[in-house]
Design a protein around this ligand. Structure first.
Ligand code: AMP
Length: 193
């Protein structure tokens, strides 16, 4: 099993690039943001409670997200590998993921870190809000809050994996195709290692 974490701030292009990467490599896409939106559509208790955090630009509590990921891993026992998108977002989640993968005799060989300037991120997210149906896009104040939460709670996750020498930084500015080529080259290199 070859797993990849696609890491980066909100608006860095993780969702767009994930779609292309799963098509090319056959990963099972595991986006906690998508899973939460699905719960919300189904109007489950979890979905309704989680939405209160999402709409404020805050993180959903770790235990909720870790439970969802654990179930998704169990539902895909024969996956050739997972592409984690928007997870882990806290060090507690990263530690839990290590434990969950260890139980499956698997691990995270690489974390691809998409780097994008903050003003470009806000611009992309506000623009996305004009067309997307996401309730947490569009409002610039919520976007700034999401960037703050990212820096405070999520950036330490990069340090967690950097200590294990797993982080590869990718320039996330430029065209979708150029960024995809950079990501693919890093994955191919890791697979060949
Ligand atoms: P995303 O689609 O990854 O941008 O996620 C949208 C929102 O869902 C985030 O702003 C959080 O409120 C929530 N969320 C998604 N993934 C996580 C996670 N791993 N931990 C906590 N909250 C999350």
């Amino acid at each position: 099993m070859f797993n990849v974490i696609l890491f980066g701030p909100p608006g860095s292009g993780k969702g767009t690039q994930s779609e292309k990467l799963i098509e090319k490599y056959g990963f099972v896409h595991l986006s906690t943001g998508d899973l939460l939106r699905k719960e919300r559509q189904l109007k489950t208790h979890l979905g309704i409670e989680a939405q209160k955090f999402v709409d404020k630009g805050q993180l959903v509590p770790d235990e909720v997200v870790i439970g969802m990921v654990s179930s998704a891993l169990d539902e895909n026992l024969n996956a050739p590998g997972f592409l984690f998108d928007g997870f882990p977002r806290t060090v507690t989640q990263a530690e839990a993921l290590d434990r969950l993968l260890e139980l499956k005799k698997s691990e995270i060989p690489v974390v691809l870190f998409l780097e994008v300037d903050e003003e470009e991120l806000i611009k992309r997210l506000v623009n996305r809000g004009k067309t997307s149906e996401r309730t947490d896009d569009g409002d610039e104040n919520i976007q700034r809050k999401r960037q703050q939460v990212y820096k405070k709670e999520t950036l330490p996750v990069a340090a967690y994996y950097a200590k294990k020498k797993k982080v590869v930084t990718i320039n996330g500015m430029g065209s979708i195709e150029d960024i995809f080529s950079r990501l693919s080259a890093s994955i191919d290199k890791k697979i060949a290692d």
